[in-house]
Design a protein around this ligand. Structure first.
Ligand code: HEC
Length: 256
């Protein structure tokens, strides 16, 4: 029994790097900022326009989201809810799961927890690394999610991105040994064809940032509230300290 457990543990530990090494592409760091309300609001708007048609946020209500992000209900009704849902509705999608599986090979998952499961760096890099690959059903592939079933939904914003690989010498004369095979990923770069996207590179990076920032908020909506409450608690403790200090002095008066 112990041996079996041990073997399982070893298998799990050995298996982990294999999972993490899904791709050798270097992730780009992204630091979320929940105090940047305009960024979160832009993220919500982008999400509604480009993602919500396929990916629900089924634990999130429009109303709560609007309030948390400081967005007026009227504006959210107009710019975010295209499905005739009410402001109090959950952010579900009309996409039928079974059919979606047939269309994309995999049903688009709910994205409520995705920032916590995948991490913000992965998400940010994922959104930026769709590239043209004619062998795929939607004509695109992704650098951190190989053979992804999702189309490049923001192609109109980013433009046409291609993989450009540096030429390499099949015969490495310096080392005197033959290097045979495809160029390594580290030798390949992604390049957007100039003028093909509505956004330039900086604007597209900002859009990807806002989307991931929004998904980070969605992963734990109470974080905003907690930080607010945390500030009150610290202020309260600071005031309490003054009184405790004065009281302490009063107690020891005449003893010392
Ligand atoms: C046309 C439908 C569609 C749209 C629109 C869409 N996706 Fe997807 N998405 C999918 C499908 C299908 C998958 C599953 C891919 C797979 O498993 O191969 C997926 C997978 C993902 C994943 C990976 C989830 C995981 O952890 O495995 C993320 C993240 C994601 N989508 C984010 C987005 C974002 C952000 C947007 C909006 C910019 C968006 N998607 C728009 C269909 C869509």
């Amino acid at each position: 029994m112990m041996r079996l457990l041990g073997a399982l543990l070893v298998a799990a530990v050995l298996g982990m790097p294999a999972l993490a090494a899904e791709s050798s592409w270097t992730l780009e760091a992204m630091t979320p900022n929940l105090t940047d309300k305009p960024s979160l609001q832009r993220g919500l708007r982008l999400y509604a326009n480009y993602c919500l048609g396929c990916h629900s946020l089924k634990f999130q209500r429009y109303e709560r989201t609007a309030d948390d992000l400081g967005a007026p209900h009227g504006i959210v009704m107009e710019n975010v809810i295209f499905t005739g849902q009410k402001i109090g509705s959950l952010m579900t999608t009309a996409m039928p799961e079974e059919e979606a599986k047939g269309w994309f090979g995999a049903a688009p998952p709910d994205l409520t927890m995705v920032a916590r499961v995948r991490g913000v760096d992965w998400l940010y890099t994922y959104l930026k690394t769709f590239y043209i690959d004619p062998t795929r059903p939607f004509g695109v592939n992704n650098k951190v999610f190989d053979n992804v079933g999702m189309p490049h939904v923001m192609m109109e914003l980013q433009g046409t991105q291609r993989e450009v690989c540096k030429g390499y010498e099949p015969l490495d004369i310096v080392h005197g040994e033959a290097l045979i095979g495809a160029p390594r990923a580290s030798q390949c770069l992604l390049e957007v064809e100039a003028g093909t996207g509505i956004y330039d590179e900086k604007e597209f990076n900002a859009a990807a940032y806002d989307l991931v920032n929004f998904l980070y908020y969605v992963g734990e909506p109470t974080r905003l509230e907690r930080e607010r409450i945390g500030a009150y608690v610290l202020a309260f403790l600071a005031v309490l300290f003054v009184f405790a200090f004065l009281l302490n002095r009063e107690y020891w008066k005449g003893i010392r």
